[in-house]
Design a protein around this ligand. Sequence first.
Ligand SMILES: NC(=O)c1ccc[n+]([C@@H]2O[C@H](COP(=O)([O-])OP(=O)(O)OC[C@H]3O[C@@H](n4cnc5c(N)ncnc54)[C@H](OP(=O)(O)O)[C@@H]3O)[C@@H](O)[C@H]2O)c1
Length: 345
Amino acid sequence: MSSSQPAQQAAATSRGPTIRAAVRAEYGGPEVVEVRDVPTPAPSRRQVLLRVVAAGVDRGQVHMMTGTPSVMRVATGLRRPRQSGLGLEVAGIVEAVGPDVTGLAVGDTVYGAATSSFAERAVADPRKLARVPTGVDPVRVAALPVSGLTALQALRDVARVQPGHRALVIGASGGVGSYAVQLAVAMGCDVVGVCSAAKADLVRALGATEVIAHDEQDLPTDGSFDAVLDIAGGRPVTRLRQALRSSGTLVLVGDETGGPVTGNLGRQIRASLASLVGRRGPRVRMFVSSTRTADLQELAGYVERGQVRPTLQRTFPLEETAAALAHVQEGRVRGKVVVQVSNER
Ligand SMILES: NC(=O)c1ccc[n+]([C@@H]2O[C@H](COP(=O)([O-])OP(=O)(O)OC[C@H]3O[C@@H](n4cnc5c(N)ncnc54)[C@H](OP(=O)(O)O)[C@@H]3O)[C@@H](O)[C@H]2O)c1
C-alpha cells in the first residue's frame, strides 16, 4: 500500500468484504468524486458500524471536496485529502457495535454524524448519534443532523432567542436556513427570512412572516431585531448590526464569499473580538456547531411534534453522489438534498 493511499482504506482490511462508496483521491470539483468498491470500514472498540440508509449533503462536504478555503487543509491534508470518503450526515441501522459501546444495539435505527457517510457502510461515534423516533422516515432525518444542529445551537445557545423575539435569518432557503426558520418559529419568534426571489415561496411555507428577496430588496436597518443569523455572508458586519436592537445578537454562521485561503475567517474573528472587548450595542458572535446525542434528541422532538419538517428537495442515488454535491455547490438547493443508499427501514 503506497503512502498516498487514503487512511480510511488503510484502516480497513484489504482482503475483506467490500462496499460501494463515494471516494476521491484529489481535491477538486464534483468530477473528482467517483463511486467504487472499497474495503468495508471496521469500527473501533468505541464505534458502531452503520448500514447507511441515507446521507444528507451539507455545504461542509462541498468544502471537504474542494479543499477550500485552503486553511482547512491543515486538518484534512495539505496536498491531498487524507480521507478518501465524503459525507457526514447520516441515518442508518446499527450493524455492529464495538465492545466498549453502551446504549446502542444491533438493529437500532439512528441518525447523526458518521465518517464518510456517502457509502453503503460507515463507522460512527455513538456520542454523535441518536435514535430515529418511531414512525419517522430515516431518509428525511438524514437531512437533519449538521444543518439542523447548527440552526438549533445558533438560535438557542448563541442568540438565546425567547418567545416574542424578532429573528432575521439571512440564507433562509438553504440547509441551515430552512431549519433556522422553522426552529425560530417553534421557539415563538417572529421570523423574517432572506433568500432569492425564486425561493421566497419555500421560506414563506416554512413559517416566515415576511420574506426579503436579496436580489430585489435591501436588508432592514431599523434596529427591530433581537437576533440576526447570517448564514449567507458577504455583507459588512456594521450593516448587519443596524438591523438589531442594542440588546440583540448577530450570529456569524456561514460565508461563501471570502478569499480562497482563509475564507472570511479573519473578518469574523475581528468582528467577534471587537464585540467581546466592549464595543457597545448588539453582540457579534462567531459560532461553530457540534454534534451531540442530547441535541439530536432535542431536534428529533421538534420533528415528532411536527414543528420541524426536513425540506427534501430531492434524493440522489449513491451512484450519483457527485451530482448531489454539484447541486449544492451550484446553489440550486431548496432546503436539503440527500444521497439515498438503500430502501431499508
Ligand atoms: N458555523 C457552523 O458551524 C456551520 C455549520 C454548517 C454550515 N455552515 C456554513 O453555513 C453556510 C450555509 O450552509 P448551508 O448548508 O445552509 O448552505 P446552502 O444549503 O447552500 O444554503 C445557503 C443559502 O444561502 C442563500 N444565499 C446565497 N446568497 C445569498 C445572499 N446574498 N443573501 C441571502 N441568502 C443568500 C442561498 O439561497 P438563495 O439561492 O435563495 O440565495 C442558499 O439557500 C455555509 O457557508 C456553511 O459552510 C456553518
